[in-house]
Structure formats: structure tokens, C-alpha cells
Design a protein around this ligand. Structure first.
Ligand SMILES: Cc1ncc(COP(=O)(O)O)c(C=O)c1O
Length: 421
């Protein structure tokens, strides 16, 4: 059997409609911005392999650091024990995170980073003897695939099958100039019931919800309202972290800081699974008591895996480099120029840019939706051109590794124009 036949025989792939699924492309090598298949075809990884890769595939510096770590300490339990990579990473992350962040809790992916944030919030109120159990979230949100993270996500095709089992969440629309007063009024009524535990959001851009961007000023107003009403705010920066939005964290654009921040994806530069949930000192202190039942009983076998932490440290080394910061700004400038050029194209409903992310919403007979049938055609057309884009229905987007060159970006822009024409 070929690899593809064995793949079909033995494996069930994520987010993939299995019936009549086409054979999966067998990737044998990663090199910079390229993924290379067993026939030698090269694909520009324009979506950074589900938004994780920052510095290119098989980056020599990160690979070297990971390999050194692997011959020193590959993994160790993280209760009663600690290790240098986890401690140094926590210290360095806190230097970049907003100043109100004080403690780092490790897990192993984006969904678990969110799950930890939700549990940390609920138990914070429990430990303080207050009955606050309801979360507020945005209608179109995506926070992951575990039950808690699905619950705070949109009710949609991703979780229809589980709808009755998801816990109740108070959903609000994304804020606009038109609806902000109405949203604030609704929140004030909910807050007066005193059972709102927290507000979770993807700051400035909703990723899986279709790269929907919204105003930082309006988000700031909502965070302020939460701060004034003793409601814990959780910024899910799983996608937006580590330069994607142009700033180190999307939270850096905001005046009002969140109490909890979730990180994953780009955290290790796209090398290894790792999750981080950071929190303020006041949240941590609700767990600092003589009462052992108030312990945060949460942990995963691979918590703070040293190899993943060493990849994250190496990725941070690169990210702190001026050259990489310059690349991030240059990608943004090139996106903005292309946006101007293409924005009135008759086949587009919208083109939006935030930092290194550019998204195109295609006009179709069907409405904008994850299962819009335009998706397959877009993906296949670009693959033929050697570009990996994975549309969200009729919305396709680019969010490339920062090592992408101007020429490679121009090649993609030209292909997008050709596709639209
Ligand atoms: C904002 C956000 N939160 C959480 C997640 C879940 O991360 P993971 O896929 O690593 O579980 C994602 C994944 O796309 C995300 O975009």
C-alpha cells in the first residue's frame, strides 16, 4: 500500500469530511516557508500550518536548540519538580505580557489554555465564596474543541451535535459604533444579577469565525465595564499572540488590560504543542490559602514539556530580533498596499488587514458561511499554483510565517488577482 492508501486505511483526520475525502498530500519535508510533498511539489505555507509557524519550517536555530534540549532533558513531571526551560520561559513571557500579569500556568494546546482560563475563573469565585458561574462571550467566537472552550464559542456547525451538553453562556454581538450602547446596557443589566464570572474574547480579530476584525476602542470600553463590575476578563490570544496582529500581543493595542491571557500556536514557533494561561496576582491569591480543597486541581501529563519550552525560548530569541520585527511591519505594509489595489474588485465583499493577516471575503450566491461550497474550489485552485490556503467557507486569508520574502508575497498577491479575474 502507498502512504496515501495506508493513511486512508488507518487515520481519521481533523476537521475533515471523511466520505469521499481526497487522498491527503504526503508532506516529506519542510523548508522555510515551503512544505514539500513526496513528488517534489512545493507549497508556500501561507497559513503557517494552522497559524502556528512563525520563523519557517525546520528553522535551523530552533531545530538546534530543540535538539540540544532533547539530549539533556526530554520531559519530566511538573508537580513537585521544575526545570530551567519552563522557568526561563515564564520569566521571559512575563517581560512581554502586559504588566498586570504575574503567574504562568502551562498546558499543551490552545483549547486547554482556554479550558484552564475558564476553570481558573470559576474556581476563583468559588474560592472566594461567590456564586458567579456565567461567562459572556462573542456570538461568532471560536475558542477550541474541548467542552468548556466549545461552550464559550459560537453555537454553529462545529458543535451542533453537543449543543444540549454545552454550559450556558451569555453571547453578545461584536461591538460596532451602532450597537455599542445597546451592548453596554445589556451587560449592565446582566452585571446587576451578580452571577457573571467572566468575559472571554479573541482580541481585535476572530480567527476561525472568518477573520472578522473589530474596533480596539470598543473592546476597551467593554473591558473597562467588566473591570468596574468585578467581572474577570480573559483575552484568548491563542491566534493573535507573537506578532500576528503587528504588536507582540493584540492586548498591547488595548488601554485596559485583561486579567487572564491564553497563549499557544505561535508560542513554540510552530514546533511543538504547548499552552500557557497567564493571570494576575489577585487571581493567584484566591488560591493561596491554608484550605487544601481550594487548590487548582488541574494538570496535563505533558505540562511544561521542556522540549516544547526550549522551542518557545528559541522562537522568542528570534522574535525579539529587530530583523524579525521589521519583517512583521513589512508584511503589514505589503498587505495594506495590496488591499488598496484589490478592494473594489467586483468578486469581493471585503478585504481586511490586521498586522500580518489579510482576509478576502468572496461574493457568492450562498451567504458567508463555513460550509460555503466555494471553499473547496478556492483551496484546489491555489494548491495547483503551489500555495497552501485553507479557506473558511467563502473567506480565504493569508497569515504567513515571518520569513516569507517580498517576492513570495508578490507571487501570492498575483495569484489572488488571477483567481479573482
Ligand atoms: C482563538 C483560538 N483559541 C483557541 C484555539 C484552539 O487551539 P488548539 O487548536 O491548539 O486547541 C484556537 C484554534 O484555532 C483559536 O484560534
Amino acid at each position: 500500500m502507498t502512504i496515501q492508501q495506508k493513511d486512508k486505511q488507518y487515520i481519521w483526520h481533523p476537521f475533515t469530511h471523511q466520505l469521499n475525502a481526497k487522498p491527503n498530500i504526503n508532506i516529506v519535508k519542510g523548508e522555510g516557508v515551503y512544505l514539500i510533498d513526496d513528488n517534489g511539489n512545493k507549497y508556500i505555507d501561507a497559513i503557517s500550518s494552522w497559524w502556528v509557524n512563525l520563523h519557517g519550517h525546520c528553522n535551523p536555530y530552533i531545530s538546534q536548540k530543540v535538539s540540544e534540549q532533547l539530549s539533556t532533558l526530554e520531559h519530566s513531571i511538573f508537580s513537585d519538580f521544575t526545570h530551567q526551560p519552563a522557568v526561563t520561559l515564564a520569566e521571559r513571557l512575563l517581560q512581554h505580557l502586559p504588566k498586570n500579569q504575574s503567574k504562568i500556568f502551562y498546558s499543551d494546546n490552545g483549547s486547554t489554555a482556554v479550558e484552564v482560563a475558564l476553570k481558573m475563573t470559576l474556581q476563583y469565585w468559588h474560592n472566594k465564596g461567590e456564586q458567579k458561574t456565567i461567562f459572556i462571550a462573542f456570538e461568532n467566537a471560536y475558542h477550541g474543541d474541548t467542552f468548556g472552550s466549545m461552550s464559550v464559542g459560537a453555537r454553529n456547525v462545529f458543535n451542533n451535535a453537543f449543543e444540549n451538553l454545552l454550559f450556558n453562556v451569555a453571547h453578545i454581538p461584536l461591538p460596532t459604533k451602532e450597537n455599542i450602547e445597546q451592548i453596554k446596557e445589556t451587560l449592565s443589566i446582566w452585571f446587576s444579577n451578580h452571577n457573571i464570572a467572566g468575559f472571554i474574547f479573541e482580541p481585535l480579530i476572530q480567527g476561525a469565525g472568518g477573520m472578522q476584525m473589530y474596533s480596539q476602542e470598543l473592546l476597551d470600553e467593554l473591558i473597562l465595564l467588566c473591570n468596574q463590575n468585578n467581572v474577570i476578563t480573559i483575552a484568548d490570544e491563542v491566534m493573535t499572540g507573537f506578532g500576528r496582529t503587528g504588536e507582540f500581543f493584540a492586548s498591547n493595542y488595548l488601554q485596559n488590560k485583561s486579567d487572564i491571557i491564553c497563549l499557544s500556536k505561535g508560542l513554540t514557533g510552530g514546533y511543538m504543542p504547548l499552552g500557557v494561561t497567564s493571570c494576575t496576582q489577585f487571581i493567584y491569591e484566591a488560591y493561596l490559602t491554608e484550605d487544601k480543597t481550594k487548590t487548582f486541581f488541574h494538570g496535563h501529563s505533558y505540562t511544561a514539556n521542556p522540549t516544547a519550552c526550549s522551542a518557545a525560548l528559541a522562537s522568542l530569541d528570534l522574535l525579539e530580533n529587530k530583523e524579525v520585527q521589521y519583517r512583521i511591519q513589512e508584511i503589514n505594509q505589503l498587505h495594506l498596499t495590496f488591499q488598496q489595489k484589490i478592494k473594489s474588485h467586483k468578486r469581493l465583499l471585503d478585504v481586511r488587514v490586521l498586522g500580518t493577516i489579510i482576509a478576502f471575503e468572496l461574493k457568492t450566491e450562498e451567504h458567508t458561511h463555513y460550509l460555503n461550497t466555494a471553499s473547496q474550489g478556492i483551496a484546489e485552485w491555489f494548491l495547483q499554483k503551489g500555495i497552501l490556503l485553507r479557506p473558511l467557507g467563502n473567506i480565504f486569508y493569508m497569515l504567513p510565517p515571518y520569513v516569507i520574502t517580498k517576492n513570495e508575497l508578490n507571487f501570492i498577491y498575483n495569484c489572488i488577482e488571477e483567481f479573482l479575474d
